[in-house]
Ligand binder design. Structure first.
Ligand SMILES: [Zn+2]
Length: 115
C-alpha cells in the first residue's frame, strides 16, 4: 500500500468503514510509516475531539483512545485470521474423510462383487 492510498483510508478507518482486508493492509502500513501514522493521529484527534464535544464527555485521553482502537482492530483481525485457519483445517479434514469413506465403500462393493 502506498502512502497516498493509506492517507485516503485514514477517515474511513476512523469511521470503521474499511473491510477487514483493507483494514489489515492499512494497519500494516501505519506500523511501518511514521508519516501516515502521524496523519492518522491528527485526524483521529480532530474526529475524536468533535465526537467528545457532541457527546459532552469532556476532554479525555484521545491518544489513549486511538491506541485502544488500533489494538482492538488488530485483535479482531487476528481472531478472524485464526478462525479462518481453523475453518480451513476443518474443511480439509472433512474433504479427506469423505475421500477415505468413498474409497472404503468402493472396496466393499468390489469385495461384494458388484463390479
Ligand atoms: Zn505512508
Amino acid at each position: 500500500m502506498t502512502c497516498r492510498e493509506a492517507e485516503s483510508l485514514v477517515i474511513p478507518f476512523i469511521h470503521y468503514e474499511l473491510d477487514d482486508e483493507t483494514a489489515e493492509e492499512f494497519l500494516e502500513h501505519i506500523d511501518g510509516c511514521a508519516g501516515c501514522r502521524e496523519e492518522l493521529e491528527i485526524y483521529y484527534t480532530v474526529e475524536e475531539g468533535i465526537r467528545q464535544l457532541d457527546d459532552e464527555i469532556g476532554t479525555s485521553n484521545i491518544k489513549g483512545a486511538m491506541e485502544t482502537d488500533l489494538r482492538e482492530t488488530r485483535q479482531r483481525l487476528y481472531s478472524i485470521r485464526i478462525f479462518n485457519g481453523i475453518r480451513y483445517a476443518a474443511d480439509t479434514l472433512a474433504a479427506l474423510g469423505l475421500a477415505a469413506m468413498l474409497i472404503l465403500q468402493l472396496r466393499l462393493w468390489w469385495q461384494g462383487g458388484i463390479f
